[in-house]
Write a protein that binds this ligand. Structure first.
Ligand code: GLN
Length: 186
């Protein structure tokens, strides 16, 4: 039984839970999804999802129960696979858990949110439906790109940490959630 933690601070949490359930079904594996609210919830998770939403709100929501600091320590100690989408990608970058730097709200405000066909390199070269909501942008020189909007990198995979500036959990395409589960199985 694989235990996948989802940081339940704020943002698109239910959507990730549904995507993960579908990914588990596609791969025919048993997954227990653990909803993480406080640092004592973390022990024993095999993988982590950091949802999109508002990274500043997540940090404020984390203050009482110290969830984020607990997660950063756990990720560093156990090197578990992590999928961070949008605000989740921002947090990974700000923590130095991926080396690629990121700029928040870099496409503009809410009305500049958009959807677009993007290219992905995982699990093979293909198109993907990219949903960008007040999305951040990676700075140039990102290592190990795995997703592109035109020429621009919108997803990186560094070791076991995947950071995406778009929202796969708002589509019916579960390939990135399957990646997370496959990383645990391997
Ligand atoms: N703009 C948000 C932030 O700065 C990220 C947006 C998102 O997660 N969709 O945290």
């Amino acid at each position: 039984m694989i235990e996948v933690g989802i940081a339940m601070l704020q943002g698109a949490r239910r959507e990730h839970i549904i995507s993960l359930q579908n990914a588990a079904q596609n791969l025919d594996i048993d997954v227990n999804i653990r909803q993480l609210r406080k640092s004592s919830d973390i022990d024993g998770i095999n993988a982590l999802i950091l949802p999109g939403g508002e990274s500043t709100a997540m940090k404020i929501a984390s203050k009482n129960e110290d969830l984020l600091d607990g997660l950063w320590k756990y990720i560093t100690d156990f090197n578990i696979p992590v999928l961070g989408t949008c605000a989740g990608a921002i947090l990974l970058s700000q923590q130095g858990l991926i080396s690629t730097s990121i700029v928040r709200n870099a496409f503009g405000r809410q009305k500049e949110s958009f959807q677009s066909k993007i290219r992905i390199g995982y699990p093979q070269e293909d198109d993907f439906h990219g949903v960008f909501i007040r999305a951040p942008r990676f700075l140039k020189g990102s290592k190990n790109p795995i997703a592109w909007l035109g020429e621009e990198v919108v997803g990186v995979l560094e070791g076991k940490k995947m950071a995406l500036t778009f929202h796969p959990e708002l589509t019916n395409d579960y390939r990135f959630h399957e990646w997370l589960l496959n990383e645990v199985i391997e």
